[in-house]
Write a protein that binds this ligand. Structure first.
Ligand SMILES: [Fe+2]
Length: 337
């Protein structure tokens, strides 16, 4: 009997403690956006499509044993996640942003609602708000099939317009343009088809009249000082990721006594170390210690390659590979100081 009660308590606690993602409320009623989007579209979009992304995300997170990960963590490493996690984490994040930046209130859709800081940045980058509208509309119109158009704050704190397919977004490591989106336009047909059918351009004109420049301004200010920008910058170093991949393949096998990978891949590792040394170091990591460590890393990889080409003994190769591994971790340490 005691066991049964204990099981029930554990079961209830488990369900209460699980940090499930939830569907956010809309800021206004479904019919409040009629000037641009009809009530039925809003209702289906929010209560069916977005609810579906949330439900499937929770299932996919549980299936991948990723409970407890933040939404940003799920997005940041999208290339390592299952397709279901990638699509539904994106679906949840993207739609949450979309609902936040839409308003039927003319007091905040007016350009005057924009804060000076964002206005200056838009004028500096695009020349005018009208030019930004044209660029965003073009990105949205050109997106083949389903996807999103974005206004993004990049790690170097610049504004960029981009677009992405499906439910991908700029936080994801699969995105060409990385950064924090402060404005997103949904160009899936489910966002507009009932009223606009195949006329995506008409929908884009209508959506422009619903954008809440007060909220977008707040998002811009928050994004500028968000530590996420630094994380994206540091992890968006393709040559470092490529080097790490080969090092992991060779070092961990050698540790277990398998020297075949290092004997086969030492040339590739050396080539990757040269590319890494020649690469553009992320701005926040550009310091003499990192530059010097990358030079030493390349030299050590060259020595390792020589040993392998001379068919040296395993113990000598292990010693050399360990030096490479130590310097790599020194660089990693410098990158996370
Ligand atoms: Fe959507």
């Amino acid at each position: 009997m005691k066991l049964t009660i204990l099981s029930i308590i554990i079961s209830i606690s488990g369900s209460v403690l699980a940090q499930d993602f939830t569907l956010p409320e809309l800021r206004f009623s479904y019919d409040a956006y009629e000037q641009g989007i009809d009530a039925q579209t809003m209702e289906i979009h929010h209560s069916k499509h977005h609810r579906g992304y949330v439900r499937k995300l929770n299932n996919a997170v549980a299936a991948s044993k990723l409970e407890g990960k933040s939404l940003v963590d799920l997005l940041m490493y999208a290339s390592y996640r299952s397709t279901a996690v990638r699509n539904n984490a994106g679906g949840h994040y993207n739609h949450t942003l979309f609902w936040e930046i839409l308003t039927p209130s003319t007091s905040t859709t007016a350009p005057e609602a924009m804060k000076n800081q964002l206005e200056r940045a838009i004028n500096k980058t695009f020349g005018s708000l009208e030019n930004l509208r044209k660029e965003l509309s073009a990105a949205a119109a050109k997106r083949f099939g389903s996807g999103w158009a974005w206004l993004v704050v990049t790690p170097n704190k610049e504004l960029v317009v981009s677009s992405s397919p499906n439910q991908d977004n700029p936080i994801m490591d699969v995105s060409d343009v990385r950064g924090i989106p402060i404005l997103g336009i949904d160009v899936w047909e489910h966002a507009y088809y009932l009223r606009y059918q195949n006329k995506r351009g008409d929908y884009l004109s209508a959506i422009w009249s619903l954008l809440d420049w007060g909220v977008v301004s707040q998002k811009y200010a928050v994004a500028l000082s968000d530590p996420l920008l630094l994380r994206i910058e540091r992890e968006n170093w393709p040559q470092m990721n490529a080097f790490h991949k080969v090092l992991a393949q060779t070092f961990h096998a050698a540790e277990k006594g398998d020297f075949k990978p290092v004997r086969e891949l030492s040339g590739g590792l050396y080539a990757k170390s040269i590319l890494l040394q020649d690469s553009d170091i992320p701005k926040s990591l550009l310091k003499p210690e990192v530059v010097s460590a990358l030079t030493r890393l390349e030299k050590k990889c060259g020595s390792l390659q020589k040993l392998v080409s001379k068919n040296a003994k395993n113990k000598n190769i292990m010693k050399s590979l360990s030096s490479v591994h130590d310097i790599f971790h020194e660089v990693q340490g410098l990158c996370h100081d």
